[in-house]
Write a protein that binds this ligand. Structure first.
Ligand code: ADP
Ligand code: MG
Length: 393
């Protein structure tokens, strides 16, 4: 299912037109200021292209989870200064989409306006067609560049896409679909997935979807401990999901040799006592101790496997990477991805914490997905309403 993108529209068709553009400006704020502008920068390619082609750009986004109407804490007005600085141009603010048409019409070619948080209006999360009509009144055509919101059918991501023509993917959305799609469709082999993080429960659908497609699935993080428990090993006080042990058993039984577990872990009596940490093999975890990272033997094993891969997808840290020294395994996997990339492998990272773990290394990886939950749902093979609503190529 290939979707039309901005690239498929003749540039003359954009000139002077109002481009209603859904972006993901759901950025972290501290004292009313943007504390991490990654998501703003991720939308720049699309916004800049539209401006260069003479379009008048009207931006739509949600921010946080406001409950029950407008709330200054979640106002997108707070991000206007950061956006203006990145664009090097003024940004008009539209506090209410219902009264925004005049502002949108007044924009000059290349001008930019930002509409207030779409979630301030109750219809947004209900995919309300009336609210979608209000949004549609601000544009002549529609661009969706908010891949991270595409797994939700909301007025600004789904309903509105049926009201404006053309309705196309922006460059960020296009890139996400291309790289994530390539993992599912025709990955260069060997294809290795590395999954970690806290819980099997949140990742089970990804595991099920990827297992038939990958050559190897390397498991780290606390997730591995649930597999250890399924194998009958002592797991001490490690984070384990008792209600997923049966599931882990089933996966072990059906995955053949594809599922690769850590050989050992770095353990400590608690996160507060890192100075007592030591490495043990997976079958020697003492009672009262918890696994907080993969050990060095596993780091070397995973690295060696990853260096043979031609395609790698990574989601979920290998340990409690927020608390050194338990970040070592996660850093080792990140470095192995970079090394594999230098040898020609396609390297894709997705997820929230895993993306944080590769901060600053983005240019050494093929693709770092900004999609969070949307990337996982995509890899689970689920349909993303915000993508489906766009025009087919
Ligand atoms: P992502 O956001 O990349 O999808 P998750 O949210 O699934 O990743 O998991 C990240 C969390 O898992 C981190 O907060 C990390 O501290 C935790 N974690 C990883 N390994 C362990 C472990 N061995 N014990 C406890 N928590 C762990
Ligand atoms: Mg997370």
């Amino acid at each position: 299912m290939k979707k039309k993108s901005l690239r498929d529209l003749p540039p003359q068709a954009l000139d002077g037109k109002r481009a209603l553009t859904r972006v993901d400006f759901n950025v972290p704020l501290k004292n009313g200021q943007v504390s991490d502008d990654t998501r703003l920068r991720a939308a720049l390619a699309t916004i800049t292209y539209l401006r260069e082609k003479g379009a008048r750009v009207v931006l739509l986004s949600h921010l946080g989870r406001p409950k029950g109407g407008p709330d200054p804490q979640y106002s997108l007005q707070q991000i206007v200064p950061a956006l203006e600085k990145l664009l090097g141009a003024p940004v008009e603010f539209i506090p209410d989409p219902a009264n925004g048409a005049a502002t949108a019409r007044r924009l000059t070619r290349g001008g930019v306006a930002l509409v207030e948080n779409t979630r301030f209006w109750s219809g947004e999360e209900k995919n309300d067609p009336e609210l979608a009509k209000t949004f549609a009144g601000l544009g002549d055509f529609y661009v969706n560049d908010a891949f991270g919101s595409a797994h939700r059918a909301h007025s600004s991501t789904e309903a509105v896409a049926h009201l404006l023509k053309p309705a196309v993917a922006g460059f960020l959305m296009e890139k996400e679909l291309q790289y994530l799609g390539q993992l599912l469709e025709n990955p260069k082999r060997p294809f290795i997935a590395v999954l970690g993080g806290a819980k099997i429960s949140g990742k089970i659908d990804v595991i099920r979807s990827l297992l038939p497609k990958v050559d190897e699935l390397l498991v780290g993080g606390a997730m591995a401990c649930t597999f250890f428990a399924a194998m009958g090993l002592e797991v001490g006080s490690s984070l384990v999901e008792p209600d997923r042990i049966a599931l882990a058993k089933e996966l072990l039984a059906t995955s053949g040799k594809k599922l690769i577990l850590p050989r050992g872990g770095v353990i400590a009596p608690s996160l507060e006592r890192p100075q007592e940490s030591k490495s043990v093999s997976a079958d020697a975890i003492p009672k009262g101790w918890a696994v907080f990272d993969i050990d060095q033997v596993t780091q070397h094993d995973f690295r060696a496997r990853l260096l043979r891969a031609k395609t790698i997808f990574w989601n979920g840290p290998m340990g409690v990477f927020e608390t050194p020294p338990f970040d070592a395994g996660t850093r080792a996997v990140a470095n192995a991805l970079v090394e594999a990339g230098q040898k020609g492998a396609v390297t894709v990272v997705g997820g929230g914490d895993s993306v944080a773990a590769v901060a600053g290394m983005e240019d050494k990886l093929t693709h770092v997905s900004t999609g969070g939950g949307a990337s996982l749902e995509f890899l689970e093979g689920k349909e993303l309403p915000g993508v489906s609503a766009l025009e087919d190529k």
